[in-house]
Design a protein around this ligand. Structure first.
Ligand code: GLU
Length: 487
């Protein structure tokens, strides 16, 4: 049984890179009929941000990446934990970690370290001056457990460090990077338990991946240098490690590491801007993977069918916003009108204080659907339907016409329209078309001012589509306003 996990630290929001990690872990579980877990790694209390767990879950839920086990929303969007291997929030598992730290101490695989911060800083400074690799110098490595316990009884503060073997190498096969090898003497005696009684990530991730029976640890490349420490811990405990897959970094277009300074990195920012979850998932999936052919549009289901970790690139993926925009436009165009109405409903109602039931809303949305990049832009672009626009009468005049003629044409058109009962786009198109010809006018003379009058702005969809959506009364009212602007 394949079991993967996404193990975010609750430090604020879901990073787009973490969305990709979660997506890949989700896909690997799903394509094998396995389970996808969510575990909250909150052992670093200094970085904890209130409300992060809800935030993370909200973004994942939006994307449709829902855990089978672990921390998740219930039907009322309340945070709950489900599964028989919990708790799944690390701060609720301290007794579990203490038990395993004790085991390592007893077996001599770990030791108490009493070094002060000042001493460690000093050691580091000297190492840097001597151009040596920095790391713990093993000062407390040989303090016996009995001696250490006595010191602790007298109130001395201590952390626990793992006793990393200093000989040989640690070698493993990463599902993405192939064989990876580290020289053990360069690997630090990592702190595994802090003086506040909390484990560090390194101990907690190993204990939990083991107890939660994780088969594939899929995570960011920044954890690659920590893997020899983790493998050493697995060895000390006598456990079989999961398979590892370290995902390439995400990069800015200038190939620097993707950072907040260069733009939005939180999934919630993209939600607020009106990106579609389908587009976002497709986009992030392609930040490290492609099917090896020309196809670019993949639904989540198709990704589950075709994705493979072995095909994930080793090189960093460039986070290119233009590509995200392209995906979003493609998905918007493709989306059926009813679905699009559901997605825009609350945005429209909030922005224009309307109830969409009072409008032929599918037709309204269709007016701008092809031209917008995001839902928010689509809704913004529809302002002219819900509000009467302020505009300068000059824009009503077509380039080969003048204000007097334009006024006359609009007045005549208005009389003609007043006698039409069928205001459907098709009927308007044929009837107004005939009328233009019969009166020896051109489209520019009539359709330009008609369109501008109806939209109240220079650029807009065609006049017949707008009139169809506005209806007869509103259309005539706007034409009248236009005529008055030409006096
Ligand atoms: N808590 C770690 C992070 O947020 C998870 C790393 C892992 O998946 O092992 O990056």
């Amino acid at each position: 049984m394949i079991r993967t996990r996404f193990a975010p630290s609750p430090t604020g929001y879901l990073h787009v890179g973490s969305l990709r990690t979660a997506l890949y872990a989700f896909i690997v579980a799903k394509q094998n009929g396995g389970d996808f877990l969510l575990r909250v790694e909150d052992t670093d209390r200094e970085r904890f941000v209130e409300g992060s767990i809800e935030n993370l879950l909200r973004s994942l839920d939006w994307a449709g990446i829902n855990p089978d086990e672990g921390v998740q929303f219930d039907l009322n969007k309340k945070v709950v934990q489900a599964g028989d291997k919990g708790p799944y929030i690390q701060s609720e598992r301290l007794d579990v970690y203490h038990k395993y730290v004790d085991e390592l101490l007893e077996k001599g695989h770990a030791y108490y370290c009493f070094c002060s911060k000042e001493r460690l800083d000093e050691v580091r400074k000297i190492q840097e001056l001597n151009k040596q690799a920095t790391g713990y110098d093993g000062h407390c490595r040989n303090i016996s457990l009995a001696e250490a316990k006595k010191k602790i009884e007298t109130g001395e503060k201590a952390v626990v460090r793992m006793k990393m073997s200093k000989e040989g190498t640690t070698k493993f096969t990463d599902l993405i990077r192939g064989t990876v090898e580290f020289e053990n003497k360069l690997v630090d005696d990592q702190v595994i338990l802090k003086s506040d009684g909390f484990p560090t990530y390194h101990l907690a991730v190993v204990v939990d991946d083991h107890l939660m029976e994780i088969t594939h640890a899929i995570r960011g490349e920044e954890w690659l240098p920590s893997t020899p420490k983790h493998l050493e811990l697995y060895k000390m405990f006598g456990w079989t490690p999961p398979q590892f897959a370290h995902l390439p970094l995400l990069l800015n277009p200038d190939r620097s590491k993707l950072s907040k300074r260069q733009g939005d990195v939180a999934v919630e920012d993209y939600i607020k801007k009106g990106y579609l979850p389908e587009a976002m998932l497709n986009f992030v999936a392609f930040l490290g993977w492609n099917p090896g052919d020309e196809r670019e549009i993949f639904s989540l289901e198709e990704l589950v069918k075709e994705f493979s970790l072995e095909k994930v690139n080793k090189a960093g993926g460039v986070f290119n916003l233009e590509k995200l925009d392209w995906y979003n436009r493609e998905y918007l165009k493709k989306m059926d009108d009813e679905e699009l109405v559901l997605r825009c409903k609350s945005l429209l109602e909030e922005k224009y204080k309307i109830s969409i039931f009072h409008f032929p809303i599918s037709k309204v949305i269709a007016l701008e659907k092809e031209r917008a990049t995001t839902l928010v832009e689509l809704v913004d672009n529809l302002r002219f339907i819900f509000e009467d626009m302020e505009y300068d009468g000059k824009i009503l005049v077509w380039k080969k016409s003048d204000a007097v003629k334009t006024k006359q044409n609009l007045a005549n058109l208005s009389d003609f329209l007043a006698n039409l009962s069928d205001f459907s786009k098709e009927n308007l198109q044929s009837k107004v078309g005939e009328w233009v010809k019969e009166n020896n006018l051109t489209n520019g003379d009539v359709l330009w001012p008609m369109r501008v009058a109806l939209a109240g702005q220079e650029n807009s969809p065609g006049p017949f589509e707008i009139a169809d959506v506005l209806g007869k009364e509103k259309s005539l009212e706007r034409i009248k306003v236009a005529i008055n602007k030409l006096s």
